[in-house]
Write a protein that binds this ligand. Structure first.
Ligand SMILES: [Zn+2]
Length: 75
């Protein structure tokens, strides 16, 4: 039997408005532009060769869920 994955992939191109989205686990609002680390901690940053952001791995401060943010190209 496979364990359910606790990893959540968030595609920012599918999020309308300012880019805020609720944590898939606890529903607390995550704002990718909020760099204060009050609601989440950045764990890993993956850049493309042209120094464009490719993927951001963040962890919700409330429930410790890990999320992989992609889709920064349109920002
Ligand atoms: Zn959460």
């Amino acid at each position: 039997m496979k364990k359910p994955s606790t990893m959540h992939a968030i595609d920012l191109t599918k999020i309308e408005g300012s880019g805020d989205f609720p944590c898939p686990q606890c529903g607390s609002v995550i704002s990718p532009e909020d760099k204060s680390e009050e609601t989440y901690i950045i764990q890993n940053v993956k850049m493309k060769r042209n120094e464009q952001l490719e993927e951001l791995v963040i962890q919700c401060n409330k429930c410790k869920t890990t999320m992989h943010l992609t889709g920064f190209t349109s920002l």
